[in-house]
Structures are given as C-alpha cells and as structure tokens.
Ligand binder design. Structure first.
Ligand SMILES: [Zn+2]
Length: 272
C-alpha cells in the first residue's frame, strides 16, 4: 500500500522490462549492464545502433560518415499516412535521419568500417538512403583497404514506400560488395534479430563470414507469407540462428558478450 492509501504502487515506467521469451521481470539497469541480454534465459534484446557501437567499438573511436544524406519521398507514396510524414515521425521518434548508421572505428585497436541498420527506424527497412550509405561505406572500405562489418537488424526488408528504388539498392550494394571482394576485402556480416526480406536477400547474407546472435529470426518471407503463397508448412523454428547454423546457412552463432572479441580474432586470423 502506498502512504496515500490509493492501493498498489505502480511500477515506474521504464525501470523494469519484461523478457519476451521467459517472461521474467528484469531491472532495466541490470539488463543494460549485460548488453541487453536476459540474465535468466539469455534472450538477446534488440539494441539501437548507438548502443551497438558502444558494445562493439573502442570507446570514442567512432567517426560517423554520410550524415548529410537525407530521405525523400520520390513516389509521393501514401499508405495509412503519406511517406513524407512517416519519415518525419520516425526521425522525431528515434533522433536518427534514417535507419542506417555508418562510419569508421576501432575494434580492440583494429581499424574497421562499421555499418548498422537500426530496427527502431521503420523496422530497419532499406530505402534509398540506407542503400546509398551502405554502398558508399563498402566503397570507402575498398579504397582504404579496411575490414568491413555490417550489423543487420532489419525486419522490414526493402522499403515498399520507395518501390523499385528500394529494390535496386539490393543490386547496388551487391555490386559494390563484389568489387570489394575482388580487391581482397574482408566482410564480416553480423545478423541480429530480425534480419528479413531484401536485406537478408542481399548484403546481410553476402559476408565472407556470417555470424548471428542466438535466437535471431533470419529469413526472407515470414512463415505466414510462405503459407499463403505456396501452402507449405515449414519446420518449427526454421528461421532461427540455430536452425540456419545446423543447415549451413550461417557460419557461427556468437553470444553478444563475445562479439567484440570474436570479430577482432577473425580480423587477425584473416589478415595475418
Ligand atoms: Zn529471459
């Protein structure tokens, strides 16, 4: 009872989080201290691009690139609301200009080009800006002869609001990655929950090495879409990291706490 007798004290908003997997109620601070992994069941929560940078890179080493590239609404697309309004709302909500953050930084002293798609901004879907930024990052990594690390967290695949313009980003990035590969570059792709659609069908699964966080949903179309299209019932958990590792689709599952060390180790192994 609270002193004023109005019944059960409510939990201050934001102080606690519930784990979607094991339903444990967690002290937010404790989850954050564990890189936003549930201490009870190891469920990996979605983290923002900014937080991912802090987790992966050496403190203060990140230099962000291409911040001047802004999204536009070339098709004047309207679904429930006009796309131009949706962009503004997402920008206000997240404080980001679009779904991708790109730049250069250091992982345990090793220089890398890092790219991240952030689920918080329109489910991390790939429009013209995300595609352009990622492509330029690949080109910079080629020019500077640096390892390239992309962390994907895109549930939306390609942005339908930009139609063919977003679909062509898949080919554009893939072409840049092919040139990077010919130049001998090392591309490590890290798949996080969720990585779907046109993102999974392009750069996210073109890594020299493909790592995934545990329990991430990774695939092209969702289970319901597959059922509605081809009437095929797929096995339980067929779009999880664990299933994909077993079937050779990804190379390794890495717990978030080990990601930084693993990436540094892979770079050393490949470059020496
Ligand atoms: Zn849990």
């Amino acid at each position: 009872m609270t002193p004023n007798g109005r019944g059960k004290r409510s939990i201050p908003e934001g102080l606690w989080v519930q784990c979607p997997q094991c339903k444990a109620t967690l002290f937010r601070k404790e989850a954050e201290d564990r890189l936003n992994v549930c201490p009870e069941c190891q469920h990996h929560f979605t983290v923002s691009a900014r937080e991912r940078i802090n987790q992966l890179l050496d403190p203060g080493s990140f230099e962000e690139w291409f911040m001047e590239i802004q999204p536009v609404d070339p098709l004047e697309f309207v679904d429930r609301i006009p796309y131009s309004e949706r962009i503004k709302a997402e920008q206000a909500k997240t404080g980001m200009t679009d779904a991708a953050v790109l730049g250069k930084g250091f992982i345990r002293g090793r220089p890398v080009v890092l790219g991240i798609t952030d689920f918080a901004f329109m489910a991390g879907s790939m429009g013209s800006v995300v595609g352009e930024k990622l492509t330029r990052a690949v080109e910079e990594a080629t020019r500077l002869a640096l390892p390239l690390i992309f962390v994907s967290g895109s549930g939306g695949g390609a942005s339908m609001q930009e139609g063919i313009l977003s679909l062509m980003q898949m080919a554009k990035i893939s072409a840049a990655l092919a040139r990077y590969d010919q130049a001998g570059g090392l591309y490590i792709s890290i798949l996080t929950d969720p990585t779907m659609g046109g993102v999974a069908a392009s750069f996210a699964l073109q890594g020299d090495l493909t790592l995934a966080e545990p329990g991430a949903m990774i695939g092209f179309a969702g289970k319901r879409t597959i059922w509605n299209t081809v009437r095929l019932e797929l096995p339980q958990g067929f779009q999880t990291s664990e299933f994909l590792l077993k079937h050779g689709f990804i190379d390794r599952i890495v717990h978030r706490k080990d990601l930084r060390t693993e990436v540094a180790r892979i770079i050393d192994y490949c470059e020496h």
